[in-house]
Design a protein around this ligand. Structure first.
Ligand code: ATP
Length: 221
């Protein structure tokens, strides 16, 4: 009797999550569905290498992420980058996931188009493709063309469909337009909170409630 056991399909969605919002969570759910994933690791960065310090502590960002995910099937809040010293390099995180899930696992690093546009500036960008596939999610208001260094980095890697992506453990690029594209950003959420304006329906209710209870992101004077 021949039995084919499908290799695990795992994605990492890293970010600052300052704070997590419905754009992140809905993208994670739709990625899970579109790619037939077993698990999406949502991984807050301790010290994002390419941006300023987040406004709240890493532990608070993680607590909000956990609340936002709740018991959503297939999504996990993964604290591994907060437990490491130094800057949060995605290549190191992918190496840990590769180690955990094995060489046959289909490992995906998912990111929005805005983050993808800066990929050539990341630490060891070629190493990312040795470890994982890249799946780039369309994001409203972020539609710029690729810079030359990035076009060179991804040259020859792009595939058109999920089946071709999942035929190999790593090294390919897929651009996806998910059904519910949401023009929500953490920057806008923080701005609204600082101005005392409503963030209702931009965040899960439990996340909104904790932020308001604790007065997070309020302008201090
Ligand atoms: P900020 O406004 O502070 O830069 P952000 O809303 O872009 O934050 P991040 O935590 O930086 O959120 O994003 C983590 C990942 O999620 C990135 O790959 C980003 O492109 C993606 N992302 C964020 N918001 C959305 C959205 N509305 N739709 C799709 N992807 C998103």
């Amino acid at each position: 009797m021949s039995e084919t056991i499908q290799a695990p399909r795992i994605a990492m969605l890293g970010g600052t999550f300052d704070p997590v919002h419905l754009g992140h969570l809905r993208s994670a759910v739709e990625l899970h569905e579109a790619l037939g994933l077993d698990r999406v690791h949502m991984i807050p960065a301790a010290q994002p290498p390419l941006r300023g310090a987040p406004q709240i502590s890493p532990q608070e960002r993680l607590a909000l992420l956990r609340l936002g995910i709740g018991d959503t099937p297939g999504l996990v809040a993964d604290p591994r980058e907060l437990e490491r010293q130094g800057p949060s390099y995605s290549a190191d995180t992918l190496a840990e996931l590769r180690q955990a899930y094995g060489p046959q696992a289909r490992l995906v690093m998912a990111l929005g188009h805005d983050a993808f546009l800066r990929l050539a500036d990341w630490h060891a960008p070629e190493r990312l493709f040795a470890l994982a596939h890249l799946v780039v999610v369309d994001r409203p208001d972020h539609e710029d063309a690729l810079p030359a260094a990035l076009a060179e980095l991804v040259d020859g890697r792009e595939v058109d469909d999920v089946a071709t992506l999942m035929a190999a453990p790593s090294g390919r690029l897929l651009r996806l337009r998910l059904p519910s594209r949401m023009a929500i950003s953490a920057t806008e959420v923080r701005r609204r909170l600082a101005e005392g304006r409503s963030v209702h329906y931009l965040l899960p209710e439990a996340v909104e409630a904790r932020i308001l209870e604790r007065g997070l992101y309020r302008r201090t004077r």
